[in-house]
Design a protein around this ligand. Structure first.
Ligand SMILES: [Zn+2]
Length: 326
């Protein structure tokens, strides 16, 4: 029987379709390989395939915060981490809120105790180093407040910034660790009316060279606290230092309400008021800037030594602060 007409033709058609299929699969494989190559290799290819534009050069991811260029402080000693290895866990459930970062990127935290319209603030650690016992005090007060929430009167709220200068505090308890990582004295860096970049050091702390910064508010730690204060309506504030000189009212000249608060705090804690005058002209301080920017009353208060936290004296002082201005 002769072979059916058309069968050889059908076999030929089948072969063509198989070849077409194989060709398409190969073409797809080539295309997939090309388009899944690394961008850098694709961009550096010696030709542009089918007019495809090269991928743009990757830009670095933006950082989560904006900090000035870090100038290493030649006085800085190697960082030692004196911080607690784990965050505080308060029985009252208080948690840290980051209000900014140090030059080295360490978070600056604030904690909140109580609820109400009358707002108060404690800042510690602004001078790090030898004044690190102020951070101890703030930590001890926070633990106590968490266990004894009734210390904060109803209608009042206390904010605590326990470590304003974490880069300095981490350098340890020594004179090298007073300034921030840019070599700036943060309690000379606030843009108060009397801010200056330099001052007569002869009657002031002069164990190491320091500056007031490139301009008032030049440091990220300073700006973090300025932003916090500007976004709250504070009736009273204590900025803690050590040691032994007493309680300094904010304002230049001293503001009346701050003098009143300083006198009451001095009596409660047993610290000198008026403060001991060593002939130093204090410029660009946190307390001065605070009262110039609508904080009701503000003081710099010095613990009696560089070692003790003076907890019981300052628990009495805290109760004075939390009823001030009522
Ligand atoms: Zn100080």
């Amino acid at each position: 029987m002769p072979p059916p007409r058309g069968q050889p033709h059908a076999e030929w058609k089948t072969a063509v379709w198989i070849l077409n299929g194989v060709g398409l699969v190969l073409l797809l494989a080539v295309l997939i390989t090309y388009f899944t190559r690394e961008p850098a290799r694709a961009a550096s290819a010696p030709f542009v395939y089918l007019g495809r534009t090269p991928r743009p050069t990757a830009t670095p991811a933006a950082t989560s915060y904006d900090l000035p260029t870090v100038t290493p402080n030649p006085l800085a000693t190697p960082i030692q981490d004196y911080s607690t290895p784990t965050p505080f866990v308060f029985t009252g459930g208080q948690t840290a809120v980051s209000i900014g970062h140090s030059v080295s990127g360490a978070p600056i935290s604030a904690y909140t105790f109580g609820h109400g319209e009358a707002q108060y603030l404690i800042v510690a650690g602004i001078h790090g180093g030898d004044e690190g016992n102020t951070v101890d005090l703030a930590n001890q007060l926070m633990v106590y407040l968490s266990d004894h929430p009734d210390v904060v009167p109803s209608g009042a709220v206390l904010y605590v910034i326990p470590d304003m200068n974490p880069d300095a505090v981490a350098r340890g308890r020594n004179s090298d660790a007073r300034v921030n990582a840019n070599g700036v004295d943060l309690n000379r860096n606030f843009p108060s009316g009397n801010w200056v970049p330099d001052w007569d050091h002869s009657n002031c702390w002069n164990e190491r060279p320091t500056t007031g910064g490139a301009y008032g508010g030049s440091e990220p730690e300073t700006r973090a606290v300025m932003n916090f204060i500007a976004s709250h309506r504070l009736q009273g504030m204590i900025s803690y230092h050590s040691a032994a000189l007493g309680v300094f009212p904010g304002g230049n000249p001293w503001q009346a309400a701050s003098k009143d608060l300083a006198a009451q705090l001095g009596r409660a804690a047993g610290y000198p008021y008026p403060p001991i005058d060593i002939g130093c002209d204090y410029t660009g301080t946190l307390a001065d800037w605070a009262v110039e920017n609508s904080v009701g009353a503000a003081v710099d208060m010095e613990l009696s030594t560089h070692e003790d936290a003076d907890f019981s004296q300052n628990l009495r002082a805290l109760k004075v602060l939390l009823s001030f201005g009522d």
